[in-house]
Design a protein around this ligand. Structure first.
Ligand SMILES: *[C@@H]1O[C@H](CO)[C@@H](O)[C@H](O)[C@H]1NC(C)=O
Length: 191
């Protein structure tokens, strides 16, 4: 006996078959193709996917001891000043930024032989970024490890915070004053 189909049913069956075919094909093709990498949502994240960050120091050896010592003094000053002004309670992003800065600074430091030593120290004693005081004391400790290797006198890290007065108190006072002025202006213009 011949099966008589309603044309509407035939169309529906054809559509179902087409969809099934389409989805099975598209799912197998997505299996064979690599998934595109989702773009990073963090704007400050370093580009690591298609541009490899150099992971070892690469600057030439610095022969002139006078220039080397001068560079060292300036760099330690910058280093300790950054840590002294670093937030008391940093955000996750700020912690990541400090960590990456120190790691990259150690790679690109212009005295290549110094950078080799400092980079090894960082592997052993990674940056501690959880607060201003912890970061500052970590920075002081690592400076002392370098001092020890160079037979230089050690620094008393118990006083690093007072000794490296960052002037943050003053800046924070000014920021408060500014905020107050803005608030006052807002009230006045509001009536
Ligand atoms: C090292 O650099 C300083 C400053 O540029 C220069 O006066 C001195 O002559 C240099 N020393 C040597 C040994 O080249």
């Amino acid at each position: 006996m011949k099966i008589v189909r309603n044309p509407v049913v035939s169309v529906i069956i054809s559509v179902i078959i087409l969809f099934t075919l389409y989805y099975s094909l598209s799912s197998t093709s997505s299996l064979s193709e690599p998934k595109p990498i989702a773009p990073s949502t963090k704007s400050n994240e370093l580009i690591k996917d298609d541009k490899e960050i150099v992971n070892t120091p690469f600057m030439p050896k610095m022969a002139n001891e006078t220039i080397k010592a001068e560079l060292g003094r300036s760099s330690w000053k910058l280093f300790h000043t950054i840590l002294a002004r670093y937030p008391v309670t940093p955000t996750e992003n700020e912690r990541e930024t400090l960590d990456q800065f120190i790691q990259l600074f150690a790679k690109i430091y212009p005295c290549g032989d110094c950078a080799q030593h400092f980079n090894k120290l960082l592997d052993e004693f990674p940056p501690q970024t959880s607060s201003r005081s912890i970061a500052s004391v970590w920075g002081c400790d690592i400076h002392n490890k370098v001092n020890k290797r160079l037979n230089k006198p050690l620094y008393d890290c118990a006083h690093i915070i007072e000794d490296y007065d960052c002037g943050c108190g003053e800046d924070e006072e000014n920021a408060k004053k500014e905020a107050f002025e803005i608030e006052k202006e807002g009230k006045q213009s509001g009536g």
